[in-house]
Write a protein that binds this ligand. Structure first.
Ligand code: ZN
Length: 153
C-alpha cells in the first residue's frame, strides 16, 4: 500500500467515525464554519479550563474531507493548552501551503498528516482547512472576550 492510499484510508475512517460528533454540556463557545464552495457546515464547540481546551466536539454536515478533518482536529486539540492548539493550526495550514514539508516537523499533526497532499486537489483545500480556520476564529473571539472582561474589572 503506498502512502497516498494510507492517507485516503485514514480520511475515510475518520469521516465515518462519529465519536467527536455531539453537543457539549454548556460549552464556552460555539463557532460556525461554513464553506460555501462545497456546502460544508460545521459548528465547533469548545469547553475551556484555564488556558486549556478541556473538551471539544462538533456537529454539522459536509463532505468526507471536511468531516474527517474536523474529527481528526477535535481528537488532536482535546486536552491541549490553547497556545499549543493554535500552534497545531498554524502547522496544519503551513503543511497545506507546502511551507512545511519535513515529515519530522509534521509528526505533531498525527492523523491530520493525511491531508498533506490535499493541495493537489485545489477544490478540496477549503474542505480540509475549514475546521482549523473555525478553531482559530473561536479562539480569537474567546481571547477578545477575556481581554474585554479584564478591562471591565
Ligand atoms: Zn467539502
Amino acid at each position: 500500500m503506498d502512502l497516498n492510499s494510507i492517507y485516503s484510508e485514514i480520511i475515510l475512517e475518520h469521516s465515518q467515525s462519529s465519536h467527536n460528533k455531539r453537543h457539549l454540556h454548556s460549552p464556552d463557545c460555539q463557532e460556525r464554519g461554513y464553506n460555501p464552495s462545497c456546502g460544508d457546515d460545521i459548528i465547533l464547540e469548545l469547553k475551556l479550563e484555564q488556558n486549556k481546551i478541556a473538551e471539544a466536539a462538533f456537529t454539522g454536515a459536509g463532505c468526507a474531507i471536511s468531516q474527517a478533518s474536523t474529527s481528526i482536529m477535535v481528537d488532536l486539540i482535546n486536552q491541549k493548552p490553547i497556545d499549543e492548539a493554535l500552534e497545531l493550526a498554524n502547522t496544519f495550514l503551513s503543511m497545506i501551503k507546502k511551507q512545511i514539508t519535513e515529515d519530522s516537523e509534521l509528526e505533531v499533526l498525527e492523523d491530520a498528516i493525511a491531508f498533506k497532499n490535499i493541495s493537489n486537489m485545489p477544490a478540496r483545500v477549503k474542505c480540509a482547512v475549514l475546521s482549523w480556520r473555525t478553531l482559530m476564529e473561536a479562539l480569537k473571539k474567546l481571547e477578545a472576550q477575556k481581554a474585554e472582561a479584564a478591562t471591565e474589572q
